[in-house]
Design a protein around this ligand. Structure first.
Ligand SMILES: Nc1ncnc2c1ncn2[C@@H]1O[C@H](COP(=O)(O)OS(=O)(=O)O)[C@@H](OP(=O)(O)O)[C@H]1O
Ligand SMILES: [Mg+2]
Ligand SMILES: [Mg+2]
Ligand SMILES: [Mg+2]
Length: 453
C-alpha cells in the first residue's frame, strides 16, 4: 500500500488526549482513492515535515509501520465506509417509501401496528434487509453480528402476503441501485425467503464482549408515516463501547428553523424547491469514529448521481452557546415518550427561555452535533427501558462533535448490558457543552423528588 500526502493541515484547537500541540495531516490518499485525515501529536511532527517535503510521492510501507499511526487511523475504516454506504442507500429507500405514503399512492398494508401500538412500515423491514445484506456482503458474512429493532413475526403471518410482497419489491428496487453507491448488486433479485432470512439474521443480543452492529432501521417511525422527521441509525459496538456511529436524516432541512415545522414541513419544502431542482434542499448523513475528535456530515446522494466515498464530507461541531437564555432544547414530540411537564420545569429552573424544539427521532442528536440546538432531554415513564438502537449512533456523533451525553446522574450510557440501557438513571441529557450539562444535571436532582415520574 502506498500513501501520498499533499499538505500539512492546521493546528488543532482541541485534542482529545490532552495534547495542546497537535496537527492535522490532510489529504493522505491511498492508492485505491480513499482519503483519511490523521491527527498527529508533537512527537510525530518530524514525520509531518518529512511528508510535506515528499509531497505527492509515495511513502514507503516501512515508514507507515514506523509511524504506527496508519494502523490506528485505519481501524474501522472499512466498517465506516460500508456503514455510511448502507445508510445512504437506506435513506434513498426511505425517501421513496415516504413519498408514496404521503402522496396516498401507498395503501394501508404498508403500515402496521406493533403489540405496543407503535407503527412499523415497509421501510423499517426493507432498511433492515438492505443494511444486513450490505454489511454481510461487503464485510464478510461470518463476522457480522447485528442487534436490530425489527423481527419477521408480523411479516411471516399468512395474512401478510401483500406486506411481504411490498418489502421484497422495495428491497430489490433498492439493491438495483447498489452500483451507484460503489457496491455490486446481487446477480439476480433476492427471493422472499432469502429476504426474510436476511432480516431475521439481525438477532444478536449485544452484551459486554465482542463486536456487533446496532441498527434502528427507521427511528421515529411515527414521524416517518406523518411525512415528518425520521432517522436511519447504525452503530458499531466493540467490547461494550460504541466505536462508530452513522446517522441518516433524510428530511433534515437546509435551514434549522424549518426543523420545527413538523408535518407541515414536507408540504412547504416541496412547494419551495421541487424535487427536480438542482439545489439539494434537505437531508444529510452524519458519522463519527470513536476518539477521532471529529464528526462529519455528507449530503444525501442525489437520485441518479454516483456516491464517491468519502468525498463531500464537511466537519460538524457543537454550538458554543453556553448561556441557557440563548440555548435551544429539543425533546420527543410525543408526551408518552418523555414527560413534557418535567422538562418544562427543568427548563424554567435552568433559565432556558426558548420554546422546546419537538422533533421526532434521533434527528435531535443530529441537531446538537450540527450546532443547531444545545440540549436534548428525554425522561421516559418509570419502567420504560431505553433500547440501545435508539441512542448508540447519536451518542458517539455528539461526543465526537464536542458535546456530552449522560444519564440524569451524569454517568455515561452503558451499551454493554444487552438490548437495553440497563441501569440508566432517570433519563438522558445531551448537551453541547459542560456548563449547560452541569446546570441541567443539578436541576434534575433539585426537582426529581417533587416530580411524578
Ligand atoms: N413509552 C415509550 N417511552 C419512551 N420511548 C419510547 C416509548 N415507546 C417507544 N419508544 C421509543 O422512542 C422512539 C422514538 O423516540 P422519539 O424521540 O422519536 O419520540 S417521538 O416520536 O418524537 O415522541 C421509538 O423509536 P422507533 O420505534 O424506532 O420509532 C421507540 O423506540
Ligand atoms: Mg427508534
Ligand atoms: Mg425504529
Ligand atoms: Mg419502532
Amino acid at each position: 500500500m502506498s500513501l501520498y500526502c499533499s499538505s500539512l493541515g492546521t493546528k488543532l484547537p482541541r485534542w482529545g488526549g490532552g495534547y495542546d500541540d497537535a496537527f492535522t495531516l490532510n489529504h493522505v490518499v491511498k492508492q485505491q482513492g480513499s482519503c483519511s485525515t490523521l491527527n498527529l501529536s508533537r512527537k510525530h511532527i518530524g514525520f509531518v515535515s518529512k511528508f510535506d517535503q515528499i509531497c505527492s510521492s509515495p511513502v514507503m510501507e516501512d515508514d507507515n509501520k514506523e509511524l504506527g499511526l496508519f494502523c490506528d487511523s485505519e481501524e474501522y475504516s472499512k466498517e465506516l465506509e460500508f456503514g455510511v454506504k448502507a445508510v445512504q442507500m437506506a435513506c434513498s429507500l426511505c425517501q421513496r417509501v415516504q413519498n408514496t405514503l404521503i402522496s396516498n399512492t401507498g395503501t394501508n398494508h404498508q403500515v402496521k401496528s406493533k403489540d405496543d401500538n407503535s407503527p412499523v412500515t415497509v421501510a423499517d423491514w426493507s432498511v433492515q434487509a438492505i443494511v444486513s445484506w450490505m454489511l454481510s456482503e461487503c464485510l464478510g458474512n461470518e463476522n457480522i453480528s447485528i442487534v436490530a429493532e425489527e423481527d419477521v413475526q408480523t411479516l411471516s403471518k399468512a395474512n401478510a402476503s401483500e406486506l411481504l410482497e411490498a418489502v421484497v419489491e422495495t428491497v430489490n428496487e433498492c439493491l438495483g441501485e447498489a452500483p451507484r453507491f460503489g457496491v455490486q448488486k446481487p446477480k439476480s433479485a433476492l427471493g422472499t425467503s432469502e429476504i426474510l432470512e436476511i432480516i431475521s439474521r439481525c438477532n444478536s443480543t449485544g452484551g459486554p464482549t465482542g463486536k456487533f452492529w446496532v441498527l434502528d432501521p427507521v427511528d421515529g417511525t411515527l414521524g416517518f408515516v406523518r411525512g415528518d422527521q425520521y432517522a436511519v441509525a447504525l452503530a458499531l459496538i466493540e467490547d461494550g463501547e460504541v466505536k462508530l456511529g452513522v446517522l441518516g436524516c433524510p428530511n433534515y432541512p437546509m435551514r434549522k428553523e424549518w426543523l420545527s415545522y413538523q408535518h407541515r414541513y414536507h408540504r412547504i419544502i416541496s412547494k419551495l424547491t421541487p424535487p427536480t431542482s438542482e439545489t439539494w434542499d434537505k437531508g444529510c448523513v452524519l458519522y463519527a469514529k470513536k476518539g477521532s475528535g471529529k464528526a462529519w456530515m455528507q449530503p444525501l446522494v442525489r437520485p441518479t448521481k454516483m456516491f464517491v466515498w468519502p468525498s463531500h464530507a464537511k466537519q460538524v461541531s457543537v454550538s458554543s452557546i453556553d448561556n441557557p437564555a440563548l440555548a435551544t432544547f429539543c425533546e420527543p414530540v410525543e408526551k408518552a415518550n418523555s414527560s413534557h411537564s418535567f422538562t418544562a420545569g427543568l427548563a424554567q429552573s435552568v433559565g432556558l427561555r426558548k420554546q422546546p424544539l419537538r422533533v421526532y427521532s434521533m434527528v435531535k442528536y443530529a441537531a446538537i452535533a450540527r450546532g443547531d440546538a444545545e440540549v436534548f432531554m428525554k425522561f421516559a415513564k418509570a419502567g420504560y427501558k431505553e433500547k440501545i438502537w435508539d441512542h448508540a449512533a447519536g451518542v458517539i456523533i455528539i461526543q465526537e462533535a464536542g458535546g456530552m451525553v449522560t444519564d440524569a446522574g451524569g454517568l455515561p450510557l452503558d451499551f454493554s448490558k444487552g438490548l437495553y440501557l440497563e441501569g440508566l438513571d432517570r433519563g438522558i441529557v445531551a448537551c453541547s457543552g459542560a456548563t449547560l450539562h452541569a446546570k441541567i444535571i443539578h436541576a434534575v436532582d433539585a426537582s426529581w423528588g417533587s416530580s411524578s415520574l
